[in-house]
Design a protein around this ligand. Sequence first.
Ligand code: ZN
Length: 328
Amino acid sequence: MIKQQLVHEQPIAWQTLCHALKNNQLAHAYLFHGPKGTSKLECAMLVAQSLVCPNKDEHGFACEECEECKRIAHHQFADLIYLDGSETSIKKENILKLQHEFAKTGLEHTGHKIYVVNQAENATTEALNALLKFLEEPSSTQMTAILICDQMDRLLPTIVSRCQLIPFRPLSSAQCYERCKNEMNPLDAYLLSGMIHHPQEMLAVAESDEYQHAFYLFENFTKAFSQSPYYGLDLLLKAGTERKKADGKLWMRYFLEMLMVFYRDLMKGTGNHDNAWYQSMLDMYRMKHIRYDQMLEILLTTRDKLWKSVNLTLLCDQMVYQMKEALG
Ligand SMILES: [Zn+2]
């Protein structure tokens, strides 16, 4: 599964690692960098599996199914050290302790030890320095470290320069949609793929109360607004008073972003043909004279003002008034 994903979504990472694994030329240290949701950790675990798997494929990658692969996936392999900066910050002491234990035994006798450091931006510079120094020392055991980070600029250049860089590129909306459409309502997957470029986050947001509320509003607003901007405003204000401040205006942001996906589709002539309701709405709006670019501008400005504005009613009022103007 992860292998197919990498081939399609991260061809640079795939080809670089494939070449290294096939020729047994792994670097001491890699830095997998790129935005959240780009399978960097999954790829690091695949590399770890590929070093021990007895049933490798023709590209040099692990089978993902054998006993060894499963143990790596469940973090039950003694020659794999996994450090997760997303839970706690990683300090030099942690690294030194691990190195000490590592040096004592090679429990699995695979001849290759691997460190995976997730969210390396949350490790101290001393910790990363200690790790890299250890890897660069000549030793009888082969060792590889994979550092993973979302933001490379949060690591010191002296650390970055000692690693081979593997860039993970952001997923496109279409790739996010493909990944999520079978795991949630396809229309939700479509809208969310235009709002959030991160499959796991899309799944979490789709189930949230704020999103459900925004979607309910989106469905009703598009219909009401097409009849009269005032119907639309009415609906919006009612929805606003029903949801008090405790919701943190998040539902409003989702609602605005859904409308942006909708107006972008109108402007570009694209859509989601799997959903009859959505397509019929697009068709209906396309018959009107609407300045799509102006609509998008209004939605964008409203979203930017959302967190600064204390009066949501006034903001909605202004937005719908401006949208009415853009109807031409
Ligand atoms: Zn395997």
